[in-house]
Design a protein around this ligand. Structure first.
Ligand SMILES: NC(=O)c1ccc[n+]([C@@H]2O[C@H](COP(=O)([O-])OP(=O)(O)OC[C@H]3O[C@@H](n4cnc5c(N)ncnc54)[C@H](O)[C@@H]3O)[C@@H](O)[C@H]2O)c1
Length: 445
């Protein structure tokens, strides 16, 4: 009995003489802390207590964050359904992954504009400033497009989305982009471009009805190929970067899902896409910023002092290619489909008519910005970049009616105009709010 034991503790050892209670306590207290080892134990106890409190707090924080900002719930389902609502006859309901990204935002807007139902999905990662992704989200919100905040690797969330909406198409643009970053964070490429792709294909395979899938591969799959212009039938087994290798793997993986499960697949090899709302990690974007700020721009040169050249493709042309791919995609046939007729599997180059060298691109920027660039010309390091890209677009022309119409002069002029708007609003207001405001000021044609 604890109470008795407690009382016994203070019983006098000799009749008539009571021990001083405070003295006894003091002795006990002293005994407890007298030795260093006991003190050490107490310190350890306090550290463990503090650590468990802190980890409990972070557990509570993360679970409440998960519950509040992640997917699920009646309100969330309502937003998904409303966003997926089709406003034209025979319209599509499209799941656009990477919708807060550069290409994803433009494609979502174009589809919504013509009356298709769109649900976006993006994990808003910080590969580049997420403020820009949030601003694109505001732009899409203002057109009643809802972007689900989540990862393509989240199979439960994908199953839920396919449960709520009978998507006719998936426009898969979510990926870890950028060639050089692969040397810094290789696993992010495996996570998004391989594991994420497989998770998404599994969800599409299990969905009823199965959607047709259009997805972004890349011109980088041509790697060290020297035969130009690049045609879809050319070899793609010499990637120069991990990014390229994951895109090439994606082409093989999608082929497997087409072959076994009858998923309709269209892979698009984009060539250096640029334009308003573009990616800050790309050369034309960072060069513009540096020229305006009077900072040097580093222009790489290939072997034997050869200038690098790119098939720069304006975003509006890419959007037309994506939309045409959706329009011409056949339905998925399901596993039994291959017995009747095999499901559609296509790959197209989406590039421009002719490549432009990087020094020429800088010259165009100088003209539009009315400012000279401080060029620093250096030998191209072995970082995964290739010296030259040029697309043969005849297949896309024949099968998709793809006809790029914007040359680099015109496209960069539009980009610089957008950049001016950005700077005006960023200089006048705080960054987050100004980008938000910008989303209302600037509407793509
Ligand atoms: N822009 C180009 O020049 C170019 C060229 C070739 C291929 N591509 C491909 O086109 C697609 C779109 O490119 P972009 O320029 O719009 O890039 P982007 O980085 O602006 O867009 C990709 C979006 O996907 C999201 N994302 C990444 N991993 C995700 C994940 N695991 N789950 C959910 N969301 C995720 C990112 O947050 C981002 O918003 C990508 O697949 C890219 O590889 C682009």
């Amino acid at each position: 009995m604890p109470s008795l034991a407690g009382e016994e503790f203070f019983l006098p050892s000799m009749p008539g003489k009571f021990k001083d209670k405070s003295h006894t306590l003091h002795r006990q207290f002293h005994r407890c802390f007298a030795s260093t080892s006991t003190m050490f134990l107490w310190a350890l106890f306090l550290v463990v207590l503090t650590a468990s409190y802190l980890s409990f707090q972070s557990f509570v924080d993360s679970s409440s964050k998960y519950l509040s900002s992640a997917w699920g719930g009646i309100q969330w389902e309502k937003q998904v359904r409303a966003s997926a609502h089709i406003h034209r006859q025979n319209g599509f309901s499209v799941l656009v992954t990477g919708a807060a990204g550069f290409v994803g935002a433009h494609v979502s807007l174009a589809l919504k504009k013509r009356g298709d139902g769109i649900v976006g999905l993006d994990n808003f990662n910080n590969y580049y400033d997420p403020t820009l992704k949030k601003a694109r989200q505001s732009l899409l919100n203002s057109h009643n497009i809802f972007i689900v905040e989540g990862d393509v690797n989240d199979e439960r969330m994908l199953a839920k989305l396919f449960d709520i909406v009978a998507f006719t198409h998936v426009m898969h643009l979510a990926a870890q982009a950028g060639v050089r970053y692969a040397m810094e964070n290789p696993n992010s490429y495996v996570h998004s471009n391989i594991a994420g792709l497989v998770t998404l294909l599994e969800a599409c395979k299990n969905a009823n009805p199965q959607p047709a899938i259009v997805w972004a591969s890349s011109s980088s799959v041509y790697g060290l190929n020297e035969k130009v212009p690049f045609s879809e039938s050319d070899r793609t087994d010499q990637p120069a970067s991990l990014y390229a290798a994951t895109k090439k793997a994606g082409e093989e993986i999608t082929h497997t899902y087409n072959h076994i499960y009858g998923l309709s697949i269209t892979g698009l090899r984009f060539f250096t896409v640029y334009g308003p709302w573009g990616r800050p990690d790309m050369a034309y974007f960072s060069f513009t910023r540096n020229i305006l700020q009077g900072k040097p721009v580093t222009v790489y040169r290939g072997k034997n002092r050869v200038n690098l050249a790119r098939d720069f493709t304006y975003i509006d042309d890419i959007v037309k290619g994506c939309v045409a791919s959706l329009d011409t995609a056949k339905k998925s046939t399901g596993s039994g489909g291959k017995k009747r007729s095999p499901a559609q599997y296509r790959i197209f180059n989406l590039g421009n008519k002719s490549p432009v060298t990087v020094p020429m691109m800088v010259g165009i920027l100088e003209k539009h910005l009315k400012k000279r660039a401080k060029k620093s010309i250096v030998e191209m390091p072995g970082n995964g970049d290739v010296p030259y890209t040029h697309a043969n677009i005849s297949s896309a022309q024949t099968e998709l009616g793809y006809k790029p119409t914007t040359d680099l002069q015109t496209g960069l002029k539009k980009f610089v105009r957008w950049q001016d708007l950005c700077l005006f609003s960023v200089n006048s207001l705080c960054l987050g709010y100004s980008l938000y405001l910008l989303s209302f000021l600037y509407r793509p044609a």
